[in-house]
Design a protein around this ligand. Structure first.
Ligand code: PLP
Length: 350
């Protein structure tokens, strides 16, 4: 079978980052006007940053290469070296950014145990003033949706309560909103309302929105000025990137509403997987495009490997836990195929 046909048959549920730009997105990229973005002179980047600021109701946006760099810059702007950031234990910044907060921003984490959602009361208990012996708190951090929590939505009312606690203590609140559009579409709230109380946030264009790269950091004009300088320091100044910004604009204009299809497919995947023997899924936790499934007995890595041999890819997160993510490049037929392969392999047919 030709390689291209084999590739077309692969169902890749490892992450929503694996999408490829659509033909229409590629055309928008090819048409983009460009300039030198390090000089803030790329018209398409400027348009994207204005669009992001307008959608979030914040003063200014900054296009950055990745969600990880956005997170690092946010910590560097808001938090003093040697201070503490309060956040959930399974946050992307804690688990999957190679320790950048400690290594580069010079912060330590005060982590709240649990699935990534926490309360204002839990935050209040962790806030501390610096003393001669101890670090003080400099930043409060929420992740919405929460990746390792299984794409769960951080309730807007709780974000508001957390913001009150943070602001009373004179601290900023940042949202890692890598997948905030999933939260917005699933929760039926306006983006501006979801992020109204946060001082800054970032969202990724390269996940459910289907662009090939990039995130936008938004906040006050002063936040942007400092973030812009730090982006350069970290090597994230990228010149004629209007071609990437054009993909981001296209994604914001055409790929937000369709996230509902990814959510519907994730729900179908969850509903059908949990009927299989040896798998359990917390149905309430499947709120957006991520499904966490727990195996009883079978080894997750072994199942992932055997399914991959049959063209169905997903991650084994631990010995018993799988993560499956729906996205733009997974249609109903692909979900059907994935379910068939997983059921066959689990049932001993593979
Ligand atoms: C919640 C969250 N924040 C940040 C990131 C980092 O994004 P990037 O891969 O663009 O660095 C991810 C990536 O999966 C994520 O899930």
């Amino acid at each position: 079978m030709p390689e291209a046909m084999k590739e077309a048959m692969v169902v890749d549920l490892r992450s929503d980052t694996v999408t490829r730009p659509t033909e229409a997105m590629r055309q928008a990229m090819a048409r983009a006007e460009v300039g030198d973005d390090v000089y803030d002179e790329d018209p398409t980047v400027i348009e994207l940053e204005r669009l992001a600021a307008g959608l979030t109701g914040k003063e200014a946006g900054l296009f950055v290469p990745s969600g990880s760099m956005a997170n690092l810059i946010a910590q560097m702007v808001h938090a003093d070296r040697g201070s503490e950031v309060v956040l959930g234990e399974a946050s992307h910044a804690v688990l999957h950014e190679v320790g950048a907060g400690a290594a580069i921003a010079g912060v330590q984490y005060s982590i709240i145990p649990g699935d990534g959602r926490f309360t204002a009361g839990q935050v209040r208990k962790r806030i501390k003033a610096p003393t001669f012996h101890t670090p003080g708190t400099s930043l409060i951090w929420v992740e919405n949706t929460h990746n390792m929590g299984g794409g769960t939505i951080f309730p807007t009312a709780e974000i508001k309560a957390i913001a009150e606690v943070a602001h009373e203590a004179g601290l900023p609140l940042h949202m890692d909103g890598a997948r905030v559009f999933n939260a917005v579409v699933a929760g039926g709230e306006a983006l501006r309302d979801v992020v109204r109380e946060v001082d800054s946030l970032s969202f990724c264009l390269s996940k459910g929105l289907g662009a090939p790269a990039g995130s936008v950091l938004v906040g006050t004009r002063e936040f942007r000025t400092r973030a812009h300088r730090l982006r350069k320091m970290l090597g994230g100044g990228m010149r004629q990137i209007g071609i990437l910004a054009a993909a981001g604009i296209y994604a914001l204009e055409h790929h937000v509403e369709r996230l509902a299809d990814d959510h519907r497919r994730a729900r179908r995947l969850a509903d059908e997987l949990r009927r299989l023997p040896g798998i359990s899924i917390d149905a309430d936790a499947v709120q957006t495009n991520i499904v966490m499934a727990d195996l009883h007995g079978a080894d997750a890595a072994d199942l992932a490997r055997r399914c991959a041999e049959r063209g169905v890819l997903f991650h084994a997160l631990s010995r018993r836990r799988l993560r499956l993510v729906t996205h733009l490049d997974v249609d109903d037929a692909a979900i059907h195929r994935a379910l068939g392969v997983i059921s066959e392999v689990l049932g001993g047919g593979g």
